[in-house]
Design a protein around this ligand. Structure first.
Ligand SMILES: *Cc1c(COP(=O)(O)O)cnc(C)c1O
Length: 401
């Protein structure tokens, strides 16, 4: 966190109700994201839980531009079925498309026609799309999704976790946005949705925290009641006053053009280094991470033997660089059949915490990835020896084959 955020930590107002830091947070969200109401939560999944419980009933379908782990689980626990409506290019690691996170409007329209709008409580649009490689959604696409859902009376909720990064990509890649600031683009983007869930640990530059934002007063009333059950009173939602202050300040800093350019630029630096070395990565390079294509590393390892998990393990053994599997382990099991989901992408996410690392750390990481890449013919897969029931990628254990 910045000096200004740390200074804010010293200004924590820990009154049980109505901490002044809550009002600073509320103001920062209203000003920069444009939503009317804010319900703080302990982190992003707390907000997902509230939203899913409020809006999803058993038998509903929740379309989204590729699944996210915690998001989909909360939708399923509420009785809903997630339906992927992302554009097909998103499943192809080498397709050089500027907005691989876009929603496929035909697929969405067909779903609504098939099941009926009454069974679609909302469309969940993630920006950027983590599981596709940190890929952005265009403003034009967001506008079209708004138009389509308006016709059917369906809400849109944004997963705004990395919406600032998304706004930066719009500025860089979409016609008509070059001269506009990221803050301004972010606000326009959010204006096409009815609210959002947020993990403050990402764009908002803090170590813990999140929020649910809403425009509908009736939904806000329900959320500010439900949050008392699962998180804490509606003016702290599981966070200390000091944490809300750090997040309020983090939001203000996060939308500065210089900040986000430097942040995405560092990711790009690592990505270009790996591309130059011939390492297979998801193209184009995403906003917060470089994604290694484990299928291309290890064609000899079948998906049931966890190629991406294998790569993450070998990288850790080589250098202590800890990466994240984003393949079959993360995809989990079908909640009806109990079978593995088999995602098209087997990726390893080199996620870069912002404001932590220097260029030299990127160099060390690249060296290690290249070393592991050169050893690729000798790699064997893994066997899962412990599998927890929910979100197994967090706690599963493996042994080498
Ligand atoms: C991290 C994340 C979440 C969940 O947020 P937590 O704060 O980890 O609970 C949801 N969606 C996306 C896209 C994320 O990156």
């Amino acid at each position: 966190m910045s000096d200004w955020q740390w200074a804010g930590m010293m200004m924590g107002d820990e009154a049980y109700a109505g901490s002044r830091n809550f009002y600073h947070l509320e103001e920062a969200v209203q000003h920069h994201y444009g939503y009317k109401y804010v319900v703080p939560t302990h982190q992003g999944r707390g907000a997902e839980n509230l939203l899913s419980r409020m809006l999803i009933k058993p038998g509903d379908f929740v379309p989204g531009n590729m699944y996210f782990t915690t998001t989909r689980l909360h939708q399923e626990l509420a009785g809903g079925t997630f339906v992927d409506v992302i554009v097909p290019e998103a499943h192809d690691p080498v397709a050089e498309v500027p907005f691989k996170g876009n929603v496929d409007l035909n697929v969405l329209e067909k779903l609504i026609q098939r099941v009926g709008a009454d069974l679609v409580p909302y469309v969940c649009v993630a920006a950027t799309v983590n599981m596709a490689g940190g890929q952005p959604v265009s403003m034009a696409n967001m506008r079209e999704v708004r138009e389509l859902t308006r016709r059917h009376g369906i809400r849109i909720f944004l997963d705004a976790t990395r919406a600032v990064e998304n706004a930066y990509f719009i500025q860089q890649r979409e016609a008509g946005y070059r001269e506009r600031g990221v803050a301004d683009i972010l606000k326009e983007f959010c204006s096409y949705s009815d609210g959002c869930t947020m993990s403050g640990k990402k764009d908002s530059l803090v170590n813990i925290g999140g929020w649910l934002a809403l425009n509908d007063p009736a939904l806000y009333e329900e959320a500010s009641n439900l949050v008392v059950v699962y998180e804490g009173l509606h003016t702290y939602g599981g966070m200390a006053g000091r944490d809300m202050e750090a997040m309020a300040r983090g939001i203000v800093e996060s939308v500065q053009d210089d900040h986000i350019r430097a942040r995405v630029g560092q990711v790009e630096y690592l990505g270009q280094k790996l591309i130059k070395a011939g390492v297979p990565v998801v193209r184009p390079i995403g906003g917060h991470a470089v994604y290694l294509d484990a299928r291309a590393f290890y064609p000899q390892i079948v998906q049931d033997q966890f190629p991406a998990q294998t790569l993450a393990a070998l990288l850790y053994e080589d250098s202590g660089v800890r990466a994240m599997e984003r393949g079959i382990v993360s995809a989990g099991r079908d909640s009806d059949t109990g079978e593995h989901h088999y995602p098209a992408l087997e990726l390893v996410r080199l996620t870069i915490p912002r404001r932590v690392y220097t260029q030299a750390h990127m160099d060390v990481t690249a060296e290690s990835v290249v070393a592991v890449y050169h050893e690729r013919p000798s790699a064997r897969g893994l066997r899962m020896v412990y599998e927890p029931r929910y979100l197994r990628f967090f706690q599963a254990r493996f042994s080498p084959l």
